[in-house]
Design a protein around this ligand. Structure first.
Ligand code: F6R
Length: 634
C-alpha cells in the first residue's frame, strides 16, 4: 500500500517527484525515497543517485535539499510497510547489486521468497527484507542474458528485461524502473494495481493516483492489467501481457483535484468533522431537490431500469465503509423491504455465497482504491457474467468519494458522495457521505417497490433536509463536551461501545475511530450481546459508551446499559435528554429525531470523543501509526 511516482522529461525530476509524493502520502508514510539519473559532464554517461529516509516525506525533502538530486528522469516512493520493518534499508527505490537499476513498487510480490532463494543461490546479496528487492536483481539478470545475445544498452532492452521479469512475478503490483545505462527511458508495469501515465508537453509523469498528476496534466492514460510501458521524452510504447503493442487515447481527469488546506483547525480530522454539515447540504441539494414529487423525492444519476426487478442487494466493503454499509443494509431491509447482506470484501473474494438471482452488488469505498473491495467486485462480476441464465447477470454500483478512482473505472455505475478531499486517515465526512448515499437508495427503492407510503417517504425526506442544521449545532456542542470528557478518559485502557438496531454500526464505528487514532483498545457490540461474554470485561476502569435513541430498541439498550452499570462501569450515554438519561454518569446529548435518521447525528460524539482523546494524548491524529488512507494491498 504505497504511492509511486515517476517522471521523464526536460525539467529537473526531483522537485516533480517530491511534489507528486506529497499527494500520495495518504497511501503510506513509513518511509520515502527517490532515484534520479543525471549525465556525467565528462563523458555523458548516466549517473544514478538514490536517496531514502525513514518516516514521513518531509525527511526525504530535507535530505534531497541538502544533498541535491540531479537529472530529468526519476522514480519516487512513499511506503506503507508490508514486508520488512519501516526502516531506511527497506525504503524504496530498491537497486540491483551494481546500483545501476532502481525500482519502486506498490503491491505485494507473493512469490518473493522463492525468487529470493533462487537469486541467493546464484550469489546475490540482499540489502532489505522487502518483497520488492527481488525485482531489480531479476531485471539485472535478464539484462545480462539479453546483452549476451547481443542486445544494446537501450530502452528496448530494459523493456524486454522488465517483460521477462514480470512473467516471473506473482501478485498484484505496479512498478517503475530506471537504468543508469538508458537515461532516456522509463519502464512501467501494472498488474492489478493502479498506475496512471500523465501526458504533459514533452514530458510524462506517472503515479499511483490522480492527485499526484493533477497539478501537472489533465490528460491521463490509466494502465490496464498486465500492461508494460516504455516511456522516453518523445513518446509512449504500451504493450499488453502478450507483448502486443496497444494504442488508445488518453482520458481526462474529471473536475478539480483539491488541495489540502487545514485552515485554522489543529488537525485535518477536526476540520473534516466540521465540514459535515456542508457534505449533507450538498448531498441534499443534489439528491433531494424541492421540485420532485413527495412519493419519489430522490434524484439519482441512474436510468429507471437500473432499479428494475432487484430482489437482493449485497454490499462489499472494508472498515468504516463497511459500517456505513451496515446502516445501509438496515435501511434497505427495514425501510425499503429488500433483502440485503453485507460482506467484508476481503472475505467475500475467497468465500462468496452461492449466487442469487436479480442481485445488485454495491461496493463502498471512499478512496475507490481498496484492493480487497475492487478484487471482490471484479470476482463477482466475472462469475455472474459466466452464468448462462440472464437473471444472474452482474449489476454493480460503486459508492465512492473519488470520481477519478480505480473503482470509478471498474464498475458501470457510480454514486459520487462528493464530500471533497479527506486528508485525515480516520474517515469522518466520507462516512457521513456514504450513509447519505444509502438513505437515498433506500428511499428510491421504497418509492419504486411501494414498500413505504408516500407519507413515510415524505417524512424521512423532510427529516433528512433538517440534518445539516442539526449537525452544525451538534458539532458545536459536542466539540466542547467531548473535549471536557476526554480529560477523564485519556488514560483509559479499554472502552466498550454499545448500540442496537440502526445504531449498532455506529457503536462499531465509535470503537474503530477510538482505537485507530488514540491506540486505546475499544470494542463495539450489539448491546444485547454483552451478556454472552463481553460483560466479563466490565469493571470500574472500563467506560461503556451506550447509544440509546428512542425507538424500537430504546428500552432494551437502556436495560443493557444498566447491566453494565451494575458491574461498576462508568456509563456514557449518547442519548436524548429525559428521565431515562439519568442512569448515565455523563451524557452526550442528541436532539429528539426519528430513529431512522439518528445515525447521522449519533456519529458526531463518536468522532469528536475519539478526536479529543487522541489530541489530548498528543498523538498524530491525521496520520496514525501503521495506517494509510488508501489500502491498496490485500
Ligand atoms: C477508518 C478508515 C478505514 C477505511 C477502510 C476502507 O477510519 O478509514 O477503516 O474505511 O480502510 O477504506 P475505503 O473506504 O477507502 O475502501
Amino acid at each position: 500500500m504505497c504511492g509511486i511516482v515517476a517522471v521523464i522529461g526536460s525539467r529537473a525530476a526531483a522537485p516533480l517527484l517530491l511534489e507528486g509524493l506529497k499527494h500520495l502520502e495518504y497511501r503510506g508514510y513509513d518511509s520515502a525515497g527517490l532515484a534520479t539519473i543525471s549525465r556525467s559532464p565528462h563523458n555523458g554517461d548516466g549517473i544514478l543517485q538514490c536517496q531514502k529516509t525513514k518516516g514521513k516525506l518531509v525527511n526525504l525533502s530535507k535530505k534531497v535539499q541538502s544533498q541535491g538530486a540531479k537529472g530529468n528522469i526519476g522514480v519516487g516512493h512513499t511506503r506503507w510497510a508490508t514486508h520488512g520493518k519501516p526502516e531506511e534499508h527497506n525504503a524504496h527505490p530498491h537497486q540491483d547489486a551494481s546500483g545501476q537499476i532502481a525500482v519502486v513498487q506498490n503491491g505485494i510480490i507473493e512469490n518473493h521468497l522463492a525468487l529470493r532463494e533462487s537469486l541467493e543461490s546464484e550469489g546475490v546479496t540482499f540489502n532489505s527484507e522487502t518483497d520488492t528487492e527481488v525485482i531489480p536483481h531479476l531485471i539485472a539478470r535478464e539484462i545480462k542474458v539479453l546483452q549476451s545475445n547481443g542486445l544494446q544498452n537501450n530502452g528496448s532492452t530494459l523493456l524486454k528485461a522488465v517483460q521477462k521479469t514480470s512473467q516471473k512475478l506473482k501478485g498484484a503490483y505496479a512498478l517503475a524502473v530506471i537504468w543508469e545505462k538508458t537515461p532516456e527511458s522509463l519502464v512501467l508495469a501494472s498488474n492489478q494495481a493502479p498506475l496512471l501515465i500523465g501526458l504533459g508537453e514533452g514530458e510524462f509523469l506517472c503515479a499511483s493516483d490522480t492527485p499526484a498528476l493533477a497539478g501537472f496534466t489533465k490528460a491521463i492514460l490509466p494502465m490496464r492489467d498486465g500492461e508494460i510501458a516504455l516511456l522516453n521524452p518523445l513518446g509512449i510504447e504500451l504493450y499488453n501481457s502478450q507483448g502486443e503493442r496497444q494504442q488508445r487515447n488518453p482520458s481526462l481527469i474529471h473536475g478539480n483535484e483539491q488541495i489540502a488546506d487545514k485552515r485554522n483547525f489543529r488537525h485535518f480530522m477536526l476540520k473534516e468533522i466540521h465540514e459535515q454539515p456542508k457534505t449533507a447540504k450538498l448531498w441534499i441539494a443534489r439528491h433531494l431537490p424541492a421540485e420532485l414529487p413527495k412519493h419519489s423525492p430522490i434524484a439519482l444519476p441512474f436510468e429507471n431500469d437500473f432499479y428494475n426487478d432487484i430482489k437482493k442487494i449485497q454490499i462489499l466493503a472494508c472498515g468504516t465503509s463497511r459500517h456505513a454499509a451496515l446502516v445501509g443494509a438496515y435501511l434497505l431491509e427495514q425501510f425499503a423491504g429488500i433483502s440485503t447482506s453485507v460482506y467484508y470484501a476481503s472475505e467475500f473474494r475467497y468465500a462468496a455465497p452461492p449466487l442469487e438471482e436479480k442481485t445488485l452488488t454495491i461496493g463502498v469505498t471512499q478512496s475507490g482504491e481498496t484492493a480487497d473491495t475492487l478484487a471482490a467486485l471484479a470476482m463477482e462480476k466475472k462469475r455472474r457474467n459466466m452464468h448462462k441464465n440472464p437473471a444472474y447477470i452482474s449489476r454493480q454500483l460503486g459508492i465512492t468519494n473519488r470520481a477519478n478512482s480505480s473503482l470509478a473505472r471498474q464498475v458501470d455505475n457510480i454514486l459520487d458522495i462528493g464530500a471533497g478531499l479527506e486528508v485525515g486517515v480516520a474517515a469522518t465526512k466520507t462516512f457521513l457521505g456514504q450513509l447519505l448515499a444509502f438513505y437515498s437508495l433506500a428511499i428510491k427503492f421504497a418509492s419504486i417497490n411501494g414498500n413505504r407510503s408516500t407519507e413515510e417517504i415524505a417524512k424521512l425526506s423532510e427529516e433528512l433536509k433538517a440534518i445539516p442544521e442539526q449537525l452544525t449545532s451538534l458539532i458545536k456542542i459536542h466539540d466542547e463536551l467531548s473535549e471536557n470528557l476526554a480529560h477523564k478518559f485519556s488514560d483509559t485502557q479499554d472502552v466498550i461501545f454499545l448500540g442496537r438496531g440502526i445504531n449498532y454500526p455506529i457503536a462499531l464505528e465509535g470503537a474503530l475511530k477510538l482505537k485507530e487514532i488514540s491506540y486505546i483498545h475499544a470494542e463495539g457490540y450489539p448491546a444485547g450481546e454483552m451478556k454472552h461474554g463481553p460483560i466479563a470485561l466490565v469493571d470500574k476502569k472500563v467506560p461503556v459508551v451506550s447509544i440509546a435513541i428512542p425507538g424500537v430498541v430504546f428500552e432494551k439498550v437502556l436495560s443493557n446499559a444498566q447491566e453494565a452499570k451494575a458491574r461498576d462501569a462508568q456509563l456514557i450515554g449518547v442519548t436524548t435528554e429525559g428521565p431515562e438519561s439519568k442512569i448515565f454518569d455523563a451524557i452526550l446529548p442528541i436532539p429528539k429525531v426519528s430513529e431512522w435518521v439518528s445515525p447521522l447525528l449519533s456519529l458526531i460524539p463518536m468522532q469528536l470523543l475519539s478526536y479529543h482523546i487522541a489530541a489530548l494524548r498528543g498523538l498524530d491524529v491525521d496520520q496514525p501509526r501503521n495506517l494509510a488512507k488508501s489500502v491498496t494491498v490485500e
